[in-house]
Design a protein around this ligand. Structure first.
Ligand SMILES: [Zn+2]
Length: 95
């Protein structure tokens, strides 16, 4: 078996492992610290989960605005896309 083209694990200068997450929209791989986690709340709705408190398997989004449009989010969940786009707009709005 050939190794994957992009290693899923990366290491920083001190040899510490950096968790890598893949943006569900554009598939770009980024350190976990620079992606936003989305999880499902108790009602089953996808929510931004920056504190990573929601249980279950989360999905991750990069900070690129093109990944926050309703159309892009359709790839993730048709039902959640419009509401999620609004939440992401609020979340990433420069304060
Ligand atoms: Zn992305």
């Amino acid at each position: 078996m050939k190794p994957p083209r992009t290693p899923h694990k990366q290491f920083d200068a001190s040899g510490k492992r950096i968790p890598i997450r893949t943006c569900v929209v554009c598939r770009v791989r980024l350190p976990q610290s620079s992606v936003l986690r989305l999880g499902r709340d108790t009602a089953g709705l996808l929510q931004p989960d920056p504190a990573r408190r929601l249980v279950g398997r989360g999905v991750y989004l990069c900070s690129s605005a093109v990944c926050h449009t309703p159309k892009a989010l359709m790839r993730l969940s048709r039902a959640d896309a419009p509401r999620l786009a609004t939440l992401l707009e609020i979340h990433f709005k420069p304060s």
